[in-house]
Write a protein that binds this ligand. Structure first.
Ligand code: SFD
Ligand code: AMP
Length: 623
């Protein structure tokens, strides 16, 4: 790979990932950097106008506290998140985001995002914490603000970040490559803010064949945040807390608007509402079985009990919900108008964020006002910003965090100079798009303060480290060229493994041993131990990944990232000897909650020894 040019970029703060958290970080960092004469650089594997989870747009802002209206408090939000995560949450982090999130939403509106308004000019709420938006261009609008703040000279698009650059134990930048040109990138920085999103396709998806790339969360988020932080030696938290969203079946359309805005019920094939018929089951998961709303995993669980009992398919009763709202109109003319309005809203809900669901409805002749639609639990995802919690263990803010949770700078991980936000930071769920952007802002401000106070000098980078990373990262290209003539099919060759085959093998291991779709989300100590053994063989074979072109080189490294996310997950599910989130996963050998595990389960990888350390951290109630 002698033709590859090495491009060196020196900066002060490096933001990796230009999604919701990365764009928020860019806007905030640009402000504070200007005051202090510092440089800020942002890198993304894609074009940030349409990158990350919000690429297709969204139809709701899921975190808006409404502090000014006085109806909700930060404490209310913390309680909601604590309950939804079955008691496992960092209250300082959740509060830190909750107290600032409204200002981010107001910024979105100023930048041009259309938020639904009621006749009095107030926001239209989907539920208590959610606002309805016309969000097809949400990401374009937020990316534009990031671009204006940083300037395009400081934004590198279509550069895939593979790994951290280290100066001893201190994070000193990142390395990656262009997915369009033969360029190897070395970014040197005084601090790095990781916002590379969550991980999809670690588990076998329900979609197969041509539909393989269709998942709920975007398949291009492949565990890079976790990989970066793990390799930098950062302590990780909640790696066991995967998220399984219930979605319209096969195209993953959102359910929030149906449950909250339209007040729809979901029923089994016999028309029974599993939230009513299976309610006694909630007694087993107290105190969380009795909170309102019922935690997302328990809502899943009550549904899964019916599916496993053969009472599926499960249907979202769209027709019933629409007819009920229409029937409430006394004037027949108004009723007709309302029906039309609801039809439009129902279709727009999908067109704003999951276009393929609208296409599926159209192609299967669904008219939601006439016919219910199937819903189902998706496959597991790793996503610290939604109803999962996996990510790096980060410092809280000085005024809220007790000593156990505070080490100087908001959102700094336990590795020096590393900051994490959005899906990259753990134990603070329910940030969603608005909270992730807010957390990016909080982390960026702290990172600039860290550079000003602690990092006057640029990091010292050992040239040998860079050369080794370059050789390792580009190796799949060479391996393919050296061996391609040894078989007649470029995808089948005894001397290498192509990334797609590698991914399928990873997904099979996770699906069968770590509680994926085909195992009814159930696992056990023995299953996990066998899964770890097989992951060990997979890791050995990762040295044989081969790439035909730059696109496949990216696919190779995406799958290495997924594999490390998988390992952190399996180790932590094994470590936590209880079932805490039925509906996300069930440990058949430990089928109940255990008070000894009212704590965080953390892990850390030491790249020198190759050893993982597992640890318990206390859950401190602050509100
Ligand atoms: O309701 C590399 N989310 C929703 N949030 C809401 O507020 N409202 C909704 O309506 C939401 N819904 C929803 C949501 C997500 C999805 C996929 C759907 C529906 C279908 C959640 C939010 O979108 C989510 O919380 C935030 O976007 C998280 O922000 P962040 O910044 O942590 O992740 P990102 O936005 O995906 O950005 C990641 C960026 O990293 C880049 N990247 N770049 C370089 N090198 C690498 N190796 C990289 N790996 C990744 C990506 O390109 C991206 O730019 S609802 O249905 O739940
Ligand atoms: P979803 O479309 O499932 O991502 O939901 C959007 C928002 O609504 C998230 O904040 C969910 O937690 C919330 N939500 C969805 N369904 C329900 C429900 N049945 N009860 C309470 N909250 C819900």
């Amino acid at each position: 790979m002698g033709d590859f040019q090495t491009v060196q970029v020196e900066t002060d703060l490096l933001i990796i990932g230009g999604g919701m958290a990365g764009c928020g970080a860019a806007v905030e960092a640009a402000h504070w950097a200007k005051k202090n004469g510092l440089r800020v650089t942002l890198v993304d594997k894609a074009a940030i106008d349409r990158s990350g989870a919000v690429a297709m747009g969204l139809s709701a802002i899921n975190q808006y506290v409404g502090l000014k209206d006085g109806q909700n408090t930060v404490k209310d939000y913390v309680e909601y998140v604590r309950n939804d995560l079955m008691g496992v949450t960092r209250e300082d982090l959740v509060a830190s985001i909750a107290r600032h999130v409204d200002s981010t939403v107001h910024m979105f509106e100023k930048w041009g995002l259309p938020i639904w308004k009621d006749p009095k000019g107030g926001y239209v709420h989907e539920g208590r914490w959610q606002l309805m938006i016309n969000g097809e261009s949400y990401k374009v609008i937020v990316a534009e603000a990031a671009k204006n703040a940083l300037g395009m000279d400081n934004i590198y698009e279509r550069v895939f970040i593979v790994a951290p650059l280290m100066d001893g134990g201190r994070v000193a930048g990142a390395v990656g490559f262009s997915v369009r040109e033969e360029k190897f990138y070395v970014f040197k920085a005084k601090a790095v803010l990781v916002a590379l999103g969550g991980a999809v396709h670690v588990f076998k998806p329900r979609s197969t064949g041509e539909g393989l790339g269709r998942a709920w969360y975007p398949p291009w988020n492949a565990g890079s945040s976790a990989y970066y932080a793990i390799q930098a030696g950062a302590e990780m938290t909640c790696q066991e807390v995967r998220f399984i969203p219930v979605r319209f079946k096969d195209a993953y359309g959102p359910v929030g608007a149906w449950f909250l805005l339209f007040q729809a019920r979901a029923t089994n094939a016999q028309g029974e509402d599993y939230m009513v018929t299976n309610r006694p089951e909630l007694e087993k998961w107290l105190p969380y079985g009795h909170v309102k709303p019922v935690p997302a995993n328990l809502r899943n669980w009550l549904m899964m009990l019916d599916v496993n009992a053969g009472k599926g398919p499960i249907y979202m009763r769209t027709e019933e919900a629409i007819q009920k709202i229409v029937a409430a109109q006394t004037d027949p003319k108004e009723a007709k108008k309302k029906l039309r309005e609801l039809e439009i809203e129902a279709w727009e809900d999908f067109l704003d964020m999951t276009i393929s669901q609208a296409i599926l409805w159209a192609s299967t002749n669904v008219q939601p006002e006439e016919k219910p639609s199937e819903i189902a639990p998706a496959e597991p995802y790793f996503i610290g910003s939604h109803s999962g919690a996996s990510g790096a263990w980060v410092s809280g803010p000085r005024d809220l965090a007790p000593d156990e949770y505070f080490w100087g700078y908001e959102n700094m991980a336990t590795a020096e100079g590393l900051f994490c936000a959005g899906d990259a930071s753990g134990a603070s769920s329910h940030k969603f798009s608005s909270g992730s952007c807010t957390e990016g802002r909080i982390a960026a401000k702290a990172a600039i303060r860290y550079i000003v106070e602690r990092m006057q000098s640029a990091p010292a980078i050992d040239g040998a480290q860079v050369e080794k990373l370059r050789a390792d990262i580009l190796r799949p290209l060479a391996l393919f060229q050296e061996n391609k003539g040894k078989s007649t099919d470029p995808n089948i060759n005894p001397n290498f493994v192509k990334p797609k085959s590698f991914m399928i093998r990873l997904q099979k291991i996770m699906d069968e041993y770590a509680g994926g779709v085909s195992s009814q989300f159930t696992t056990s100590q023995k299953q996990l131990e066998r899964g770890l053994e097989l992951l060990g063989f997979l890791k050995e074979d990762s040295a044989k990944l081969a790439a035909e072109d730059l696109h496949e080189l990216m696919r190779c490294w995406e799958n290495v990232h997924r594999m490390w996310q998988a390992e952190a997950h399996v180790r932590t599910v094994l470590f936590r000897e209880e079932t805490r989130w039925p509906g996300y996963y069930f440990r058949a050998d430990k089928p109940a909650m255990n008070p000894d595990w009212q704590c965080f389960a953390n892990c850390r990888y030491d790249s020198k020894s190759g050893e993982w350390t597992m640890s318990k951290r206390p859950i401190l109630k602050l509100f």
